[in-house]
Design a protein around this ligand. Structure first.
Ligand code: COA
Length: 287
């Protein structure tokens, strides 16, 4: 009854219609958005019922690591096997893979039976930047690690060195290189990159505040300092949204400063600690 194939440009309107049904494009009011990127990467797969596009899935690659970024089936077609068929087409069975599963029990069930295991929660936070500590002063974040150059500690964005430095920091924390995807994101309107030499945080102007991520650092402290530097730099925007894994020591700092948990996913991995849970903050859509 269902057919599945790689999506082409003519399928994008149908993919967008499904994505909108799930509210996925709320943080992407302008084109190009992350669905354009998935299509351009050739990693977008669509499912059809009688010629109508009724579901889709997509991945991003970081080196040899595959991140399942999307799996959505229209409600009237759910629980009929399409999600499983899309997943089989999208994910390798013998290579490292990760994903963020929604609270839909079918999602976790499919991913576990595809060989991944739940690791920890991924928390989506939203809150005011006014009460946050600056970099280097949050009390619960442990030793400071290597000194951060003062000019960088304030959060600089030196376009000349961003691509190489940030791509390397990101690969170390996130599990693999994705230079082209990072360059694409960095070039979007409203995106700035704060880097400290030992950490980085990409920030995008959103409808109501800023969205932080991906972000990371060589140590948990370096990651936290980069994120706090980015938030300090964008304080005038008022509100920030970001997501982080349960073990990240920034979690209590943000909650203490008045951030609220807006949503929660489950991080699943095929094994082997592919990314640094305590010093990496993913982008909600790009991984
Ligand atoms: C999650 C989703 C993509 C799955 O697609 P689907 O076409 O509905 O799923 P399928 O019918 O292929 O498979 C669902 C599986 O979950 C199993 N399942 C259903 N409820 C379950 C439960 N409570 N516990 C364990 N397994 C369960 C079913 O038995 C089925 O497995 P089977 O094919 O071996 O019988 C789809 O339901 C969806 O779009 N949900 C809403 C959006 C969402 O949350 N997407 C996930 C983003 S991470």
């Amino acid at each position: 009854m269902y057919t599945v194939r790689q999506a082409g440009p003519d399928d994008l309107a149908g993919v967008r219609a499904v994505a909108r049904r799930f509210g996925n494009l709320g943080q992407w009011p302008h084109r190009p958005d992350y669905l354009d990127r998935e299509l351009d990467n050739g990693r977008l797969v669509a499912g059809f019922a009688d010629g109508d596009l009724v579901g889709f899935g997509a991945t991003f690659a970081r080196g040899g690591l595959t991140h399942l970024a999307d799996l959505f089936v229209l409600p009237e077609h759910q629980s009929s096997g399409l999600g499983r068929t899309l997943l089989t087409r999208l994910l390798p069975v013998d290579a490292p893979r990760v994903t963020f599963a929604s609270s839909d029990p079918r999602a976790v069930a499919l991913y576990v039976r595809q060989g991944m295991r739940p690791v920890c929660p991924l928390l989506y936070l939203r809150g005011p930047m006014s009460a946050l500590p600056g970099p280097g002063v949050a009390p619960t974040l442990g030793p400071a690690g290597a000194a951060v150059p003062p000019d960088r500690a304030a959060g600089s964005s030196d376009e000349a060195i961003v691509p190489g430095v940030v791509a390397a920091l990101d690969a170390d924390a996130s599990g693999g290189r994705r230079d082209a995807d990072l360059a694409w994101y960095a070039a979007l309107p409203g995106v700035t990159t704060v880097h400290t030499g030992t950490g980085y945080a990409m920030v995008r102007d959103a409808r109501d505040g800023v969205q932080v991520g991906p972000a990371g650092g060589q140590t948990t402290r370096h990651c936290a300092d980069a994120v706090l530097a980015a938030l300090a730099r964008h304080r005038a925007a008022g509100t920030a949204t970001l997501c982080l894994f349960g073990p990240n020591p920034l979690l209590p700092v943000l909650l203490e400063a008045g951030f609220a948990i807006a949503d929660m996913d489950v991080f699943l991995s095929s094994g082997g600690d592919p990314l640094a849970l305590d010093r990496y903050l993913p982008h909600p859509d790009l991984g």
